[in-house]
Design a protein around this ligand. Structure first.
Ligand SMILES: Cc1cc2nc3c(=O)[nH]c(=O)nc-3n(C[C@H](O)[C@H](O)[C@H](O)COP(=O)(O)O)c2cc1C
Length: 306
């Protein structure tokens, strides 16, 4: 997730039990490679493998070149974004806009698979719109091109994030191809994960928004799927410890000022259901530097634990 799954978040997600944590999407445009934003998105220091980097673009040769560039920087898996509905991305005919042009999808996938020696995976939505759900055709194209895993978000591009994810199309994709299929969309709890697996027959599940402020969710879901055991949510003291670790990671990656700005949303998500969480959120929104922000969060959790 762009703006969320940076290195500090991915490290927490992996440590808590996510099997794979894909980078934020990085643009395939070579002129953006030197930008600070792209450089930070490509920072994988200290991350456990496999390092999966998602690339976004619309031009086959440019995407192939971006794939090579990222493999040279340490990517062990290249993931291609054909799932993002954001205007900024779709106006450049990238992300989920590509699903409307199956011939171009095939050319992109063939070019990227041929360009790199590492596995190439693909993230899609179920089609451009509910009237044109072409995920099965796209999945077959992907498999023929040599794509080794597919993640399918059960909404179309036109649906944005509205309504509910539907799993029937994901089930059709799963029956149509032999490569592993990962089901995605609206999985919030271990029970949701089990239902999504049962409904789709998928080989795995992907969780995005439900893990905002709750990176331990990945482990709770993994444990439940493996053993049926429901893991209780962490106690406030443990939540505080995880959040401080997350903040330190953000300050380290982005520097103290930008790090404090990036941290605000993570703090807000973490404390949204805790007593006095709203007050802490307003307080940290008024703090622009890391030291004071960290101290406010620390004090809050010490009071909560007491
Ligand atoms: C803030 C945000 C950023 C996202 N960025 C990306 C992205 O960079 N690449 C991608 O493939 N999907 C991206 N997504 C989509 C998610 O990966 C996922 O498909 C979607 O949120 C549905 O899953 P969920 O219901 O578990 O959140 C993003 C979603 C959100 C909310």
């Amino acid at each position: 997730m762009a703006g969320i799954t940076d290195r500090p978040f991915r490290r927490l997600a992996r440590r808590f039990g996510a099997a794979l944590a894909v980078s934020e999407m990085v643009s395939a445009r070579p002129e953006l490679r030197a930008s600070r934003k792209t450089r930070l998105r490509l920072d994988h220091a200290g991350e456990p493998g496999p390092i999966s980097v998602q690339i976004a673009g619309a031009d086959p040769a440019q995407l192939a070149d971006a794939a090579r560039f990222n493999v040279d920087l340490g990517a062990e898996i290249i993931d291609i974004n054909m799932g993002c509905p954001a205007k900024k991305v779709c106006n450049a005919c990238a992300g989920s806009a590509l699903l409307a042009d199956e011939a171009l999808v095939a050319r992109i996938l063939e070019a990227v698979v041929a360009a790199v020696p590492v596995p190439v995976t693909l993230k899609i939505r179920t089609g451009p719109s509910p009237e044109r759900r072409n995920a099965v055709r796209v999945a077959r194209l992907a498999e023929s091109a040599g794509v080794q895993m597919l993640a399918v978000h059960g909404r179309t591009r036109a649906c944005l994030f509205e309504g509910h994810a539907e799993y029937d199309t994901i089930a059709e994709v799963k029956s149509a191809v032999r490569v592993p299929v990962v089901a995605n969309g609206d999985i919030r709890t271990p029970d949701d994960a089990r239902r999504a697996l049962e409904r789709t027959g998928a080989d795995g599940i992907m969780i995005g928004r439900a893990a905002h402020g709750r990176p331990w969710l990945y482990g709770a879901v993994a444990r439940y799927l493996a053993s049926g055991e429901q893991v209780p949510p962490p106690a406030p003291r443990e939540i505080g410890r995880v959040l401080i670790e997350h903040l330190d990671g953000l300050y380290d990656l982005y520097g103290h000022e930008q790090g404090a700005r990036v941290a605000r949303k993570h703090i807000g998500w973490t404390v949204r259901d805790l007593p006095g969480g709203e007050a802490l959120r307003s307080t940290v929104n008024g703090i622009g530097v890391a030291g004071a922000q960290r101290a406010a969060v620390n004090d809050y959790f010490e009071r909560l634990a007491a």
